[in-house]
Design a protein. Sequence first.
Length: 130
Amino acid sequence: MEYKELVKIAQETKDKAYAPYSGFKVGAALYTKSGRVYTGINIENATYGATICAERTAVFKAVSDGENSFEAIAIASDSEDYVYPCGICRQVLAEFSGDDLKIICSRKDRQFMVHSLGDLLPHAFRRMVE
């Protein structure tokens, strides 16, 4: 799938976000190695610790459907600046992806930059498998 299409999906999904406290709506589009796309939005809560980011929503939806191998994720907001995943989301992505996962960070005008997870989270903590 083209990155431009993933950004478009993330941008369209963003409008469904529940962000009454910050007003900062975020959408994500996660592309799996099987060719499926899972979307996610940020969902805020009055107790901020219960808030979930768009990226994790997309990952958890995919994993709950049995998908656990990802190729790319696009992130969109109404920001004039590029939007990046937070540290927690980067760590969650590292649980299911290698350093080569493509992170597509976009702006409101749908311009985007592509980074690898390894660039955004060097030396990620990963489970030790014997």
